[in-house]
Design a protein around this ligand. Sequence first.
Ligand code: FAD
Length: 397
Amino acid sequence: MDLSFGPEYEAYRAEVREFTAEWSAHAPLSHERAAEFRDRATERGYLYRGIPKRYGGSEREFDAFREAIVAEEFDASGLPWRLGAQGVGMIVPTLLEIGEEWQREKFIPGTLRGDYVWCQGYSEPGAGSDLASLRSSARLEGDEWVINGHKIWTSDAQDSNYMFGMFRTEPDAPKHAGISYLLLEVDQPGLEIRPLRQIDGAVHFNEVFFDDVRTPADWIVGKRGQGWQVARVNLKYERNLGGGSMMRRHFNGLLELARRSEIDGRPAIQDPVTRRRLAELEGYVRCVETTYMRQLSATANGEEQKVSLPILMNKLYGTDTREKIARLGYDLVGSDGLRAPAEEDLKIQSNTETVTGWVDQYLFSLAGPIAAGSSNIQRNIIGERGLGLPRDLRSPS
Ligand SMILES: Cc1cc2nc3c(=O)[nH]c(=O)nc-3n(C[C@H](O)[C@H](O)[C@H](O)COP(=O)(O)OP(=O)(O)OC[C@H]3O[C@@H](n4cnc5c(N)ncnc54)[C@H](O)[C@@H]3O)c2cc1C
């Protein structure tokens, strides 16, 4: 099967690769140079194609393949083009789809520049998979919402200046109908962030406590009580983060590790058990790549209905495959992996050249099947929406 994009697109890929090579020569980039790199990439139409120029985008004709090529090449270069997943990846497309014009003008340009960093306030101690059970509340007092409650697993809250989140504004309404989708400033009195240290030793997410926290009445996305519908738009973008080429890169890193590690005095890649595990993984990686291609073709052809299932399937199989790759890497580094990592190593994820990098990848890969909706929930949705199976039992609304 020929999975290349054809001569016109491969010429485009060569052009993008030349651009990344020029910038990679100066890596690592300082904060200012990284911003300049993204500006130049936007001027050339590589970044933010679907975003109008008036909000800081490059406003190019829709082309799913060009977007995919840029993502693949930019990821491969390791250059700092992906700003926080919650900002550019989630709230920007959500505001473009359903935000008010003033909200787009106020929030999108700063987010694209990297000045506004966002976190996502959804999960609570009693509301994860069953998110609509959330209890953190907001009541309207004059021209402000007053927020009280407790969020958990809030990624990057410690580095964020804004949060988008769901809060109960209509306590007497059925649970899905009583939620509103609010934006708020993180740095303000009454909002306390408590870091949670993870199994890999790093701190990426937090608990957030709200004690009479305030946000303007019009910092609401969608209508009052319709936050659930807004969150569904937002989650559509969250589950779509990442692609097939990334999985191939992780797998290639594993192959290199298998070539340079030893089992019983010979390269691990010659060990029959390791070879069998690698061959099995190659199959999984191909599944992820092919499913990604289906998603890409459906997106390119504007077949909305056909886009969502490959995304759901790749969230499920992608996170599972990532865990399997990392697990084999973890096994190959052997007892060296038991050494405690240096504090500075904890900040660098996905480094496939060091022992710490593989241990870290494995420990972090355990989070993939939970974050952005657990694998069991994905299976339910695929069964119900994809295969038309009877609905799973739901808690009462
Ligand atoms: C790395 C990471 C980053 C995260 N970042 C954020 C963030 O920035 N903001 C945020 O709001 N949240 C964030 N989360 C939270 C994440 O969305 C939740 O952990 C996830 O939705 C699962 O909820 P829970 O942890 O409460 O587990 P639970 O919902 O309690 O689930 C526990 C187990 O029960 C299973 N289960 C639950 N219901 C069903 C069902 N109906 N059928 C079958 N099985 C079921 C689940 O699959 C799971 O195995 C993050 C999580 C992780 C791991």
